[in-house]
Design a protein around this ligand. Structure first.
Ligand SMILES: [Zn+2]
Length: 449
């Protein structure tokens, strides 16, 4: 493991915020590259069985199906084995954004339930371009969203909903709303379905570029859903479904390039997959009784490209509920998701410590006898700690004084609460003991070329 060998002199180079309004102080230790903004691309109905070269798709009757021939996303950090708990569009989108395996559309609307609540609390704009998965509580999480009111590719109805749009984005989205007919006119079949996807990808790319150029100091979290691979799986055969995936693999390139060139995090996933009864079936499905438990319906891709993520394949079994905690970890945001039962997948090349309390604590971080940092806050983030190095965290506040030695293999979260709801002093000590035990539990990241 490469990161075991790198040594850094820790200097505190930056105190990004000590912002009373946000309630969070972030201390960034040097030698790390953090993404400032992020793009989450959800490809509706894209089963990883048809997309990952390691997997082979089968039909319900046991016959082997084809896999897409292209692999633009074979780079980055790729999770091989990850599945949705339930392959329904609304439920699966709810799981993705809450980190809760039993989430539904209603829970998305609850306070502090989603990644969008956390990003908003940390100064991000939440922006979306969605063809599917754009149910009411999902739209309400966004500062602005360009979305398809219906699921019709023949007669699409596009709308914009906003409450706190970054200046200029409403006008930009209005322009893109008008551009859809140019993409679709004169096309039919697979070409028309792919054009519908390409329109959303290009619109999202235009929004991302606009934010970078016109609002360079604003962080944003851009959610994109493309709907036509799911529609194609339902309305056309397995052969056309594969062609749609190959078209998408080509058409995501500009959006991916924008993310990469601007040091954003790029997350690529799907809500659920797709299954077919037999080879050359004329329609597929995923949530009806005969398809609902098939691997082809359940397996989804999850691929990340971020300056702070170690590229390579990650084995082991994961669930769709692990996506939200992983996104927050990559963005160095605390996992304060209220309902999450997923856990973050270890993909970063450093670790961060998150401290949260009901009231202000004086918290310091020590390397042996050397104090690296001290801050007083109710929410603190120490980002950029080299993995597998030993630190001591000291905290003093209303509930007493804490001092613990820790070694990090991934992000850690501490609650220093006074009340019965939070962790008591004893529980915190127990939590730290668990962390030390967990050092053995390193994620195995196998490097690929
Ligand atoms: Zn779906």
């Amino acid at each position: 493991m490469q990161h075991l060998t790198y040594k850094v002199t820790i200097l505190i180079i930056l105190v990004l915020t000590s912002n009373a309004a946000l309630g969070a102080s972030e201390i960034t230790l040097n030698d790390i590259e953090m993404p400032e903004s992020a793009i989450l691309l959800i490809v509706d109905g894209l089963g990883s069985s048809y997309y990952y070269p390691e997997l082979t798709p089968f039909a319900l009757d046991g016959s082997e199906l084809s896999r897409a021939g292209t692999q633009n996303m074979a780079f980055g950090t790729r999770i091989i084995n990850i599945s949705t708990p339930y392959p329904d569009t609304g439920i699966a989108h709810s799981v993705i954004v809450t980190g809760f395996s039993e989430a539904n559309e209603e829970i998305v609307g609850y306070p502090d339930a989603t990644i969008y609540d956390i990003t908003r609390q940390h100064g991000f704009f939440n922006i979306a371009v969605m063809e599917k998965g754009d149910f009411m509580s999902m739209r309400d999480e966004q500062d602005i969203i360009l979305y398809a009111e219906n699921n019709s590719i023949d007669d699409p109805k596009i709308s914009i909903q906003s409450k706190n749009p970054p200046p200029g984005v409403t006008e930009l989205m209005d322009d893109w709303k008008e551009k859809l007919p140019e993409y679709m006119d004169g096309k039919s079949g697979v070409g028309k379905y792919s054009a519908y996807n390409k329109w959303a990808l290009d619109a999202a790319n235009a929004v991302a570029i606009y934010m970078v150029e016109e609002h360079p100091k604003s962080k944003f979290f851009l959610t994109v859903n493309v709907g036509a691979i799911d529609s194609g799986g339902h309305n056309m055969g397995d052969d056309d479904y594969i062609r749609l995936i190959e078209d998408l693999d080509r058409d995501i390139y500009p959006l991916y390039e924008t993310a990469k060139e601007n040091d954003m995090a790029f997350f690529f996933t799907a809500d659920h997959g797709m299954a077919f009864a037999k080879k050359d079936a004329r329609r597929g499905g995923h949530v009806s009784e005969k398809y609902v438990s098939m691997k082809e319906s359940l397996r989804i891709p999850f691929i990340m490209i971020s300056p702070n993520a170690v590229p390579g394949l990650i084995g082991g079994g994961y669930g769709e509920e692990d996506i939200a905690p992983t996104i927050l970890s990559v963005l160095d945001l605390p996992n304060n998701l209220q309902y999450a039962d997923g856990t973050s997948i270890h993909v970063k090349n450093y670790a961060s410590i998150f401290v949260k309390a009901d009231s202000e604590y004086k918290v310091s971080l020590w390397d042996g006898g050397k104090k690296l940092s001290e801050q007083s806050a109710s929410e603190l983030i120490f980002a950029g700690l080299p993995l597998n190095t030993i630190y001591t965290v000291k905290a003093s506040g209303p509930a007493g004084t804490f001092e613990e030695k820790i070694s990090l293999d991934s992000d850690r979260q501490f609650r220093l609460d006074n009340n019965k709801e939070g962790l008591s002093q004893k529980q915190m000590a127990a939590g730290i003991l668990i962390i030390i035990v967990n050092i053995a539990g390193l994620a195995v990241i196998r490097r690929i070329k």
